[in-house]
Write a protein of this length. Sequence first.
Length: 123
Amino acid sequence: MDEVGKYIDSFPDEIKTILVSIRMVIKKSAPGAQETIAYRMPAYRIKGKPLIYFAGYKNHVGFYATPSGHSEFEKELSYYRHGKGSVQFPLDKPIPYDLIERIVKFRVMEIMKSEKTWQNEQI
């Protein structure tokens, strides 16, 4: 079993099911992303740049899309406890998988766009 699988497997079944679903949404939305553990949680990178992190807790799932991912979806995330680059999805409410998917896709586009800009500046 890989590191992320071991991380997810360490949680009770209710939380594990949610974490597996989030992992699947991320992999589907960012198929080329490198999956690893960073800061003791599942982490995803594209072109060497941080994409998304998530973590399981007793009462919520933490989701970390860096400040830009959160600022872009500020209105939709305002319903949840959040900080500059983090949001908490409570386990006693439906997890917004569609919102997670849109945030991941936004971050992928943002990284790819910055990569193209950087490449054009080097020419």
